[in-house]
Design a protein around this ligand. Structure first.
Ligand code: ADE
Length: 304
């Protein structure tokens, strides 16, 4: 019998613990806490203000708008944690951009402290108290709580048992290096839009290939910057060529050459149709006589 993994412990330091509390108690996070897979504790920075007004900020040296959270308040809040976390992460729009790779790295740790700011941010000297400064994107929010929530979501789901099915995160957008392929469920036809036929047949290899091609198509149109690091295969190169990428672009992506097709040397007679492309059209209509498998009993995946 393998030992259950030790819980991943998050310490959340914030001026608004009540903003984050329900987030740590509901849905899959709440379940993972109950199952002993995750542990959260919330810390109110005001408890460490050091004055009876619970004032944690002051005006910036050099003038300017807004207030700055004092470094000594943060120091006391961190010193009050019963154990030193493996990582102390300051949430700031001026930080290193959070991504899936960082989420995977953080999911290997045992204890993460997330320090959420408000107002104009923290005194710059907090840099010496934290292990990294992280931004969740190139936009400025009113505080770090939503950013901390993003990090908790992205990291927690990578821990064994938190979302149940390991395959479901391996295939996800980013984990595979590509954006996720489109998914469909019932009804098979909705407002005239069908479900691609390949997904309704039982050809597993064709489904795998179709999904990979659609993931490539989405990534090409929405996030082409991801393609060079996506570990493209010769088959992917063939799919990208069919999607209109030219050979020069393919080489620039570092993609391998497409597989050599051993074509039978036979010329097409003029009345023969052209070979249908292997890339299926998303709006494929479902043939009226198509048998759709019986409705499944509703399941609760725990997610919206
Ligand atoms: N606080 C405000 N905006 C933020 C961002 N984009 N990332 C992290 N923390 C923040």
């Amino acid at each position: 019998m393998t030992e259950p993994p030790a819980p991943l412990h998050f310490s959340l330091l914030t001026l608004f613990p009540e903003l984050l509390r329900p987030f740590t108690q509901e849905a899959l996070l709440g379940r993972a806490v109950a199952a002993g897979l995750l542990k959260f504790d919330l810390h109110d920075l005001r408890e460490h203000a050091g004055n009876r007004w619970r004032k944690v900020d002051d005006s910036p040296y050099g003038g300017g708008a807004g207030m700055v959270i004092r470094v000594d308040v943060v120091e006391r809040a961190l010193a009050a944690l019963p154990v030193r976390p493996d990582e102390i992460i300051l949430l700031t729009p001026a930080g290193t951009r959070f991504d899936q790779k960082m989420a995977e790295e953080l999911a290997e740790k045992s204890h993460l402290a997330l320090l959420c700011g408000r107002y104009e941010g923290f005194d710059a000297r907090v840099e010496g108290l934290v292990t990294r400064e992280v931004s969740v994107g190139d936009y400025v929010m009113m505080g770090g709580e939503a950013a901390a929530a993003c990090i908790v979501e992205a990291v927690a789901r990578l821990r064994r048992g938190v979302i149940g099915d390991e395959q479901s995160w391996r295939d996800d957008s980013y984990s595979s290096g590509l954006l996720d392929y489109p998914e469909y469920t019932r009804p098979a036809v909705w407002q005239g839009q069908g479900v691609p036929e390949v997904l309704q047949g039982g050809n597993h290899a064709a489904i795998v290939r179709w999904r990979r091609d659609r993931a490539l198509e989405r990534t090409l149109s929405r996030r082409p910057d991801l393609l060079p690091a996506a570990g493209l295969t010769p088959h992917d190169s063939a799919a990208l060529l069919e999607l209109g990428v030219d050979a020069g672009h393919l080489a620039a992506l570092g993609a391998p050459p497409p597989p050599q097709v051993k074509a039978k040397r036979r010329t097409r007679r003029p009345e023969e149709p052209m070979q249908t492309p292997s890339v299926a059209v998303l709006t494929d209509k479902v043939p009226a006589d198509r048998k759709v498998p019986a409705e499944r009993a509703p399941t609760d995946s725990g997610e919206q």
